[in-house]
Design a protein around this ligand. Structure first.
Ligand code: ZN
Length: 137
């Protein structure tokens, strides 16, 4: 599985977008809200892998809580899969806990699913599948 992106929890886009523009020497190409997660996302293309910055717009959102507990930093690693439902069924069979029962809509035209970090050495893993343009969700 290719690493599609690395998700990084940040407090403030106005600080972190210029910071990562400098680090990666490329411009942020997309800022998008994911209402269900109460999060704003900002994407950078870095070779084959993207960097996804995550800023909470709700003090009770998952990213706000993450930062409160652990501070800013790497939040998740996202692997690209061809068939998300198949991969979810396989991991479920292997005994992993999935944080959502069916694929849900993520940022950047993706269907996503998170695997509970309890069974993955503390690493929050996102599986994502590219949505083909005009595909019904
Ligand atoms: Zn992500």
């Amino acid at each position: 599985m290719r690493v599609e992106h690395i998700g990084i929890a940040v407090k403030n886009f106005s600080v972190s977008i210029p910071l990562f523009t400098k680090i990666l020497n490329s411009e942020c190409y997309k800022v998008e809200n994911v209402e269900s997660e109460k999060v704003k996302t900002a994407f950078f293309q870095n070779g084959e892998t993207k960097v996804e910055l995550l800023e909470s717009f709700d003090e009770n959102g998952v990213i706000a809580k993450f930062i409160e507990k652990k501070g800013e930093g790497i939040h998740h690693i996202a692997f690209e899969v061809k068939n998300l439902e198949e991969e979810m069924a396989r991991l479920k069979k292997e005994g992993f806990i999935l944080l959502n029962e069916s694929p849900k809509k993520g940022a950047d035209n993706k269907l996503i699913c998170f695997v509970h970090p309890k069974e993955t050495n503390g690493v929050l893993i996102e599986l994502c599948q590219q949505v083909v343009e005009n595909q019904q969700l």
